[in-house]
Design a protein around this ligand. Structure first.
Ligand code: GDP
Ligand code: IMO
Ligand code: MG
Length: 423
């Protein structure tokens, strides 16, 4: 048995939560492998909308086991709020939600450090979600972190040491803060965490695989936000790419099966950093309005632009994508023409590969395609697809070299169309 991986190919918010929920009935287990509450994964079904941050998106489908892997960073206070809200809405979690003892804890002072570092950067700030992601992964890599397993023994001593170190840094930055409320909620979160099954995800997942169980690994953020391959330094602090599933769960590379790569029919980005196909005109505003492009964690307006096939091809290669999933095509339902970026002009020269630096002097080269100008939101099968939409799919598949197996035509679980294309 192999594990399948589902991840974002753009700058996050591609619709991963929705599709994980749709695919979960085909799996026994769903596991998150990186990121933390910087993620906001939205699901809609039966008239209800849910936003998940740390809990995997397989939690709404029956009694499936959901695992938070070692590669995730967990904020106990935010986790408690998220878990209690789910339980209150009739979705009990205990027994179904397992958490890796090796996942690192986001401390209240990590959140304050995140804000302090951003403030110190001034105009060069990353525009983080403010959830303490960077400082927590920094402590992990510099071997100063506290892990979920640490809450079981000598916890207070470990916490005080880490807190004192952070407070010293904050003092050197002259950053003013008040820890009282944050710390109170956080300590309550630590107690709450003890109710859950704490595991070694590498043992659990490999045993499940041996027993023939089917596992789906859920990515957070997107490939263009990867710490190594994204638009550095305007990235997150984890490996969002497929290899992150190996290190973030303890799954060997030869155990990876299908890699589902998700992209929007256009492109968005939230936070600072380069975005070659960004639109600053009324078309960008229209995409933002129709796609309701506002961050599910911070509420920030997402920057919008045309699809970028140069960046997508790069993402597909790095992740070894075997199946593509196209989201939010309905947002383009009323457009008479659609553009797709097939190359960049960098310093006057046309290139078709993703260069080292996309920060400056990048101009997109577009092709124009006819829009389908048809409301697709109620369609149930690919037989109903308009001719121009099929032409758009064929164009993308030719350019990207991978089949588009699923098309999403609205936010609801039911607005998902599987394509029976030959591979
Ligand atoms: P994630 O972080 O990748 O899980 O994506 P988000 O939940 O942050 O953002 C995706 C947004 O698009 C959410 O508000 C979804 O409800 C919504 N969404 C997902 N698929 C579709 C779709 O096909 N059409 C439309 N219009 N909205 C969608
Ligand atoms: P999901 O899983 C979109 C962005 C932030 C910022 C940068 C670094 O919902 O797709 P961080 O707080 O991680 O240090 O911020 O990364 N970012 C996301 N953008 N979707 C996300 O997650 C994101 N998680 C982080 O806006 O630019
Ligand atoms: Mg999101």
């Amino acid at each position: 048995m192999k594990v399948d991986v589902l991840l974002g190919l753009q700058w996050g918010d591609e619709g991963k939560g929705k599709v994980v929920d749709v695919l979960t009935p085909r799996y026994d287990v769903v596991a998150r492998f990186q990121g933390g509450p910087n993620a906001g994964h939205t699901l809609e079904f039966e008239g209800q909308k849910y936003v998940l941050r740390s809990i995997p998106s397989g939690i709404f489908q029956g009694d499936k086991v959901n695992i938070v892997g070692n590669g995730v960073v967990l904020d106990p206070a935010l986790f408690k709020a998220e878990a209690e809200a789910l339980e209150a809405s009739g979705h009990p979690l205990e027994d179904r939600l397992h958490i890796s003892k090796k996942a690192h804890l986001i401390l209240p002072t990590h959140r304050i450090l995140d804000a302090a570092y951003e403030a110190a950067k001034g105009d060069a700030k990353v525009g983080t979600t403010g959830k303490g992601i960077g400082p927590t992964y920094t402590d992990k890599v510099s071997r100063n972190g506290i892990r979920v397993g640490d809450i079981l023994e000598n916890f207070d001593q470990k916490y005080q040491v880490a807190k004192a170190r952070h407070e010293q840094i904050l003092k050197s930055l002259n950053y003013e803060y008040d820890l009282t409320e944050l710390e109170k909620e956080w300590l309550a979160g630590i107690e709450y965490l003890k109710k859950f099954t704490l595991v070694d995800s590498e043992h659990e997942l490999n045993n499940l695989l041996k027993d023939g169980k089917k596992i789906l690994c859920e990515g957070a953020q997107g490939t263009m936000l990867d710490i190594d391959f994204g638009s550095y330094p305007f990235v997150t602090s984890s490996n969002t790419v497929c290899a992150g599933a190996c290190t973030g769960l303890g799954v060997a590379p030869n155990k990876i099966g299908d890699v589902y790569g998700i992209f929007k029919a256009y492109c968005t980005r939230v936070g600072a950093g380069p975005f070659p196909t960004e639109l600053f005109d009324e078309i960008g505003d229209k995409i933002c309005k129709l796609g309701f492009e506002y961050g599910s964690v911070t509420g920030r307006k997402r920057r919008c632009g045309w699809i970028d096939l140069v960046a997508l091809k790069y993402s597909i290669t790095i992740n070894g994508v075997t199946k593509l999933i196209m989201m939010k095509s309905d947002v383009l339902d009323t457009f008479s023409t659609i553009k797709a970026c097939i190359a960049y002009k960098k310093d006057g020269e046309e290139i078709d590969y993703f260069p080292y630096d996309i920060n400056e002097n990048i101009e997109p080269v577009y092709v124009e395609l006819p829009g389908w100008e048809t409301d697709m939101t109620k369609m149930q099968s690919e037989d109903e697809f308009p001719e121009e939409f099929n032409a758009y799919l064929s164009f993308l598949e030719d350019e990207l070299g991978v089949m588009i197996k699923i098309v999403s035509v609205g936010p609801d679980r039911a607005q998902t169309i599987e394509r029976y294309v030959e591979e």
